[in-house]
Every structure is written in C-alpha cells, then in structure tokens.
Write a protein that binds this ligand. Sequence first.
Ligand SMILES: [Zn+2]
Length: 323
Amino acid sequence: MPIKIMPRKEPPLLKTLPRLIARLPKDSPHIKKLEQRLYRVRAGYSGELEIDQYIATLEVPTSMTVLTDIQLSHSPGMTFQIDTLILTEKFILIIDVKNITDKLRFKTNPNQLEQESKTGEVRRMDCPLEQLHTHIHNLQNWLAKSKFQVDIIGRVLLSNPNAHVIEAPPNAPIIYKKGLPVLLRNQSRKPTIHNPKLIKRIEELIRKNRIDYDPFPLCNYFSIDSDSLKRGQLCTKCGETMQYVNHKQRRCIECGITAPNNYRETLIDYFTLINNSISNRECRDFLQLKNKDAANYAMKSLPLNKTGNSVATRYVWPKNFLL
Ligand SMILES: [Zn+2]
C-alpha cells in the first residue's frame, strides 16, 4: 500500500550553530556546550532521515501518511514538537527516533536515561519514554480541541545498531530499527478504526497549524552576550576577522590570504545570531564599513524589507527566503 512521506526539513541550527561557534572568542565558556548541542542536532537529524528512508522501502498492508517535524502550539507561546507521526486508518503512531549508542539504562524515580560509553563514562539525559508520553498527551489534547478524539500510540526507536538497552521498565515502548516493520505490520492487521476522511482532515489540520521552529536570534536563545562576538568578515582559513582592503576584497593579517567581500554571509550571521533587523549604523559597525553608502551597498546583497523612515530606518530579514 502507498506510503506518503513529507520531506524532512534540515534543522535550522545545523548551519547556524557553526557560525555562532566561529564568532565566539576561542576561550569562550559557551563553545563546549554549543559543540555538544551541534553534535546532537546532527546525529538526531541523520537518524531521522535514515528512518524516513527506511520507512519508504517497507511493504505495509495499509496506506500510511508520515508527517515529519511537526511543531504545534497548545497554548499561547507554548509549543510541542513531534519528530515523526504516522497516520493510518488502523492506528496513529508517534515515533521518537533516538540516534544514540552504547549501554542504555532507562531509570525510573526519577525518570532519566543513562548512557554509558565503552570507557565507562556515564551521561544522563531526559528520559525519552517520559518525553514520548508527553508528546502523545499533547497531541491527543491538541486534536481533542478540534473535536478529534483519537487514540495515539508511540514508540522510542533506537536507530543506531550500537545502542544496547541494559535496563528499562517492563513493557517500555522501545524498539530497535529492525523492529519497525514488525510493529507496522502487526498494527496494520488490526481492524480499521478511522475513516479515511477523518485521517485526511487530521493531516490537513496539522499541516495548516504547524509552525516553524524559530530559535533566532541565537544569542538570545542561548543567552550569549552579542557584544562578545567577532565582527566583520571571518577568514575562511583561521577564523579571525579580516581587514577591509577595498570594495572588492578583504585581507587576513594573521595568515595573509585575501578574499572577496562576502556581505551576504556576514549579514546572514548578523540576522541569525544578533537581531532580525539592522540599521545602517549597525551594518557599518558589524561589517566594518567606512560609510553609509558602503553599508547601503552591502545591504543590497539581500532582499531586505525596509521599515521606518530617516534615522529610524531598519532593514528586516525575510527569514523564509534565507533558510
Ligand atoms: Zn586568516
């Protein structure tokens, strides 16, 4: 039966976190934490992509719609996110893909996941089982507000074959990747409980209301003082600020290389890291330009939206265009 999978968007942190790290001074206490975050974002995304591709190859006896990366709001300012949601006439399933390795102990009282590496180092994290229950609860409540009373099941899926569950509560909804086809087949054998029209309406409702995950600007999001960031265009070789030579190029005093002025990249860094709008003065300061005209010229490298007049003029970043 047909499987329809919504293409998964690349997490916005994947490209922008390396830019934040590059602009922090080398001795910044934030770097280590941000690098760990980037590692987790990258691993998470690749695990989810792998499972999407795997699902696409499966033979299942019921048609399935797979929605990916759904973020919904359950009250003003409060959102919840579901990585993978499978909608069928027989069942509705949330899959929380965890691309983690090593020995895993799902502890209770308090709920926590312990990951023990080969060297015996133990890392503790939020319990994926508890997160899964919260996701199910949130989605069920969210759908109930639109008069959809449905049962939702969920599984934590360990996508990495080097993950070994050593300890978990009895009947914990955890599966390995190879268990997914069995689960889908077993669930598909159950009687039809949802009218196809209802499933379609749920899909449309979710698609219509999903919001984009927006962590920008990152300095606010990670509570980092934006004044501590390196300004100007960064050298692609050593990462230091390059000096303005003329309107065509910049030069790095540290390693001597020259590069064309890259206003676009430097401005995108400003918008994603510091503020979603910029004034002519802020542009001159951040891009290290000599005068107003040079800043106006630089800002033309992006299709920015102008707001305000004369000294209050600001240029606003059209997010969707860039990410
Ligand atoms: Zn350099």
